[in-house]
Design a protein around this ligand. Structure first.
Ligand SMILES: Cc1cc2nc3c(=O)[nH]c(=O)nc-3n(C[C@H](O)[C@H](O)[C@H](O)COP(=O)(O)OP(=O)(O)OC[C@H]3O[C@@H](n4cnc5c(N)ncnc54)[C@H](O)[C@@H]3O)c2cc1C
Length: 831
């Protein structure tokens, strides 16, 4: 057995095997170790469905790759993976579900996933056993289907072996140690003893340059071994298999197999199985399991069936397929299915560790295994994947995560598999958890909260005196109940002033002898002078955008970095690792994450100066906030009443405004002062939704939308923030990449009741030429607005395109960057 390899994959389920295949195919000397047998984890009891349907751009690509890859495996390996391409029918019981399918349809178009819409009559004509009289329509994927999970894993394993990968079974990993250049992995040979798998005395080390963990339900043990947090905890998932249904048996004598059926509103999937049916419900009340690790006694075991819990779903299957009532129950499966709080797996570099890659928390691991292997291998071998994998990055969760949080959120996520996936959905479990001191005050004033990285953040302020039946959470694929309130907030910021809570921002202090040289290399814009700020980007070595920073320079070697609130751990990890690597070149660099020490309010609007002038303590208060003493893009330490504030003159809404960074313990005091002063000048409290619309009128890119690891800053059309006269990380790669597609802003003549969400396809003459990455409503223009990426030649101002919404094409025109106040006259307003 080898003891030195380039890559060691731990875990022989579908996911680990898919990764081993792609690493070996890429030419890496790869070994996979499995503590038991291949597929003995969750993989053995999966139902094998391969749903292409997904609202996430990255996950849609992963699933799409898998489906194509699995189809090709037999030719490559000679092993039949048991892929039944029977199609997948998603039924809709009501109009909102059809709205969901219509939004999905546009997402699917951006990824090239083929699908059709069917009417109830078309369904009934094709599949007469289905009851369709209470349906409004369906979405159909003819290329979808199901596969045998064990067979596809074995086929991938054979393919991997053909590329030189070795598989070692009955080897358990018990410890990891990083030497600075490789991982020393302590292993134990496992042996059978009376039906149990037990550790033998045979212990040894494997040395690997890179390690990937794909340990499924054992993620909590893996987390302990690595000294990190992994919020992957399984939840019970059951499916039942019926005896043959005589009507189905009869039907199948002359007809092909039914597609996989999904009655999303009834929360189940159903497929055929030897003349009977498999029913897989996503019911309420499924409990989390193995919160503190899998017991040694649990191997390829199952939990007892809880029929009562799925009674409602069982009855609704009989409603939808009336003949199934005659078929008795033949078999049942209740196994652990891994979840994460947002339902996406955790794929990418482990926080704080070098050359350690996680592939954990898969709830659709059979579907995702091929694509995950493909894209993760790209990240490991080439440095980056061709799609932005940030939405799956393990560091989207921070160290504030606990076992209780993960367990409860994962149960919620399971329960939400078939809910309507509104883009404005905010899930209720484990909230409030991370709150700024003003949370209660905001709530009393009508704030409705969204969660960003666990923080409660006002998304809009609803009516305080709303009638009892007012639905604050009135989410929708069209315009939710929050929409008119966001319009008023946006108007207030343009006409008087608004106050936005931005406490969740990520904040780092970077200082020390090496700070200036390091940041100059780490970011692509020129560093600001002392007292000034700059917008800048840290790039990946491949030249794409890794982080967007507002950098405040407080001293020669003293900087305050502000980045997106959703990405604290993700940003911190990269910053620290790069600083560590470069310290020998640039000198010592101190990095402190001060995110939770500083609150942030953003005040913006033409009256914002007057409001702050009421509070500022200064020898000459009349000029303290003037352009001369406090110019745009500068930072000053000011005092507002008794609160010391590090004020930054920027506004993400494109109005005269300041970010007020203040000691968190003085937040309530400052809030009260601002509200009292603001009341005299028409200030309104505003939430993140209004802000999101306003920033699009200024073409301000958002991280995770326009900015990410699949585009360079030049592709994002941010040339003015890239200083090509200096050298910086990723520069050569950025230049070599050229412009594959280009970011632009579009004004859209859309439907009367729906705004784009930033997921939609952009078309020219019916052909996809790009996609939106942001969308919303422009109060200034009285129409829809969006930002997105298109073929470079189409990013010219005046280009007429179409946006696909509600299955129709709507006129859109590319406008100049910052269509609202293009000269920034409002931001520079003196006074
Ligand atoms: C009832 C049910 C139905 C499902 N149906 C579907 C479906 O239709 N479609 C779909 O896509 N998904 C489905 N799933 C989910 C699917 O089973 C999982 O997402 C998938 O199997 C996860 O694969 P994995 O490789 O990540 O984990 P696993 O298959 O659990 O593999 C992890 C492996 O790691 C090994 N391991 C752990 N720790 C160590 C260690 N320290 N050293 C060595 N080895 C270690 C384990 O022994 C295990 O074999 C279903 C799940 C359930 C419960």
């Amino acid at each position: 057995m080898k003891t030195h390899v380039k890559a060691l994959v731990v875990g022989g389920g579908a996911v680990g095997t898919g990764i081993a295949y792609h690493l070996a195919k890429a030419g890496w000397d790869t070994m996979l170790v499995e503590r038991d047998e291949l597929t003995s984890g969750s993989t053995w009891h999966a139902a094998g469905l391969l749903p292409l349907f997904n609202m996430s751009y990255a996950t849609t690509h992963i699933h799409k790759y898998s489906v194509g890859f699995y189809k090709a495996l037999e030719a490559e390996t000679g092993l039949n993976a048991g892929f039944a391409v029977v199609g997948n029918l998603r039924m809709a019981q009501h109009a909102a579900r059809m709205d969901e399918y219509m939004l999905y349809s546009s997402v699917a178009e951006t990824a090239g996933v083929y699908h059709e819409f069917l009417t109830p009559k078309e369904m009934k004509d094709r599949w007469p056993l289905l009851r369709t009289d209470d349906l409004v329509g369906a979405l159909y994927h003819p290329q979808d289907g199901y596969i045998n999970p064990a067979d596809v894993t074995q086929a991938m394993a054979k393919g991997a072996r053909q590329f030189g990968c070795t598989f070692e079974r009955k080897i358990q990993v018990d410890a990891y140690r990083w030497t600075g250049s490789e991982w020393v992995v302590n292993c134990t040979r496992m042996v059978e003893q009376g039906g149990n798998l037990v550790a033998s005395d045979d212990k040894f080390e494997i040395h690997a340059e890179h390690v990937v963990t794909a340990t499924g339900n054992h993620a909590q043990r893996t987390a302990k071994l690595l000294g990190i947090k992994i919020p992957a905890i399984p939840v019970e998932h059951q499916y039942i298999v019926t005896e043959p249904d005589p009507a189905l048996v009869e039907y199948r004598k002359t007809n092909p197999e039914h597609p996989v059926l999904r009655d999303a509103d009834a929360k189940w999937y159903v497929r055929e199985e030897r003349g009977g049916w498999i029913l897989g419900p996503y019911e309420k009340g499924a409990p989390a399991r193995f919160e503190f690790g899998v017991p040694d006694s649990f191997r390829a075991d199952l939990f007892p069936l809880d029929l009562e819990r799925i009674e409602g779903e069982y009855m609704s299957m009989i409603h939808r397929l009336p003949t199934s009532e005659t078929a008795g129950l033949k078999a049942d499966f209740n196994g652990p299915i891994c979840y994460t709080p947002d339902g996406n797996p955790l794929v990418g570099p482990a926080p704080g560790l070098r050359n350690m890659w996680l592939a954990e928390g898969f709830s659709f691991g059979i579907t995702a295994a091929g694509g995950t292997g493909y894209y993760l291998a790209q990240m490991m071998v080439d440095g980056e994947a061709e799609i932005d994998m940030a939405s799956l990055d393990p560091k989207r969760y921070g160290s504030w995560i606990t076992t209780e949080y993960a367990a409860r959120k994962n149960e919620e996520c399971y329960d939400h598999v078939f809910i309507l996936h509104h883009p404005d959905e905010e899930r209720p479990v484990a909230r409030p958890l991370r709150t700024a001191p003003v949370y209660d005050r905001q709530k009393a004033l009508g704030a409705q909260f969204g969660q960003v990285n666990g923080w409660e953040r006002p998304i809009y302020y609803g009516p305080k005196d709303a009638p009892e039946d007012f639905d604050h959470d009135g989410r929708s694929f069209r315009r939710g109940t929050w929409w008119p309130y966001a319009v008023e907030e946006a108007k207030a910021i343009r006409e008087t002033a608004g106050l936005i809570d931005a406490t969740a921002f990520t904040k780092h202090i970077v200082r020390g002898p090496g700070a200036t040289a390091f940041l100059d290399w780490f970011t692509c814009n020129a560093l600001p002078k002392v007292g000034r700020i700059n917008l800048t980007y840290a790039l990946t070595p491949q030249g794409t955008t890794r982080t967007e920073y507002t950098i405040v320079r407080n001293g020669e070697n003293d900087y305050y970095l502000v980045s997106a609130g959703a990405w604290t751990a993700y940003d911190a990890d990269y910053l620290r690792k790069c600083a560590e690597d470069m310290a020998p070149t640039f000198g010592h660099i101190d990095i402190h994450d001060v995110t939770t020490q500083w609150g942030v309010f953003a005040i913006a609007g033409p009256n914002s100066r007057k409001i702050l002038a009421e509070l500022i303590k200064d020898a000459d208060p009349a000029t303290a906030l003037s352009n001369k003493r406090f110019p745009w893009l500068s930072a000053r330490k000011i005092e507002l009443g008794m609160c010391p504030v590090n004020a930054i003159r920027v506004a993400y809404t494109g109005e005269l405004g300041w970010e007020l960074h203040h000691p968190i313990e003085m937040q309530r005091y400052l809030w009260d002062q601002l509200l009292a002063a603001g009341a005299k000048h028409g200030m309104k409290l505003a939430g993140a939704r209004a802000q999101n619309w306003l920033r699009q009128e200024k073409s301000y890119r958002a991280f995770g939308n326009e900015l990410g690891r699949d585009a360079t800053p030049l592709e994002a059309a941010l040339d003015r923030f890239v200083d090509l006269s200096k050298d910086f990380q990723g520069k050569a790669a950025m230049l070599a990449t050229g412009i594959r597609s280009k970011c632009c802003t579009l004004l859209i003549d859309g439907p009367d009741d729906t705004d784009p969400w930033g997921k939609e396809a952009l078309l020219l003459d019916g052909v996809k030429v790009g996609r939106l990455t942001s969308g919303g409503y422009s109060v200034a223009f009285g129409k829809q607005i969006g930002m997105g990426y298109v073929r470079p030649d189409l990013a010219e101002v005046g280009t007429k395109l179409k946006v696909k919404m509600l299955r129709q094409e709507w006129d859109a025109v590319v406008v100049e960057d910052s269509p609202f106040d293009p000269t920034n006259a409002r931001i520079r307003l003196d006074g």
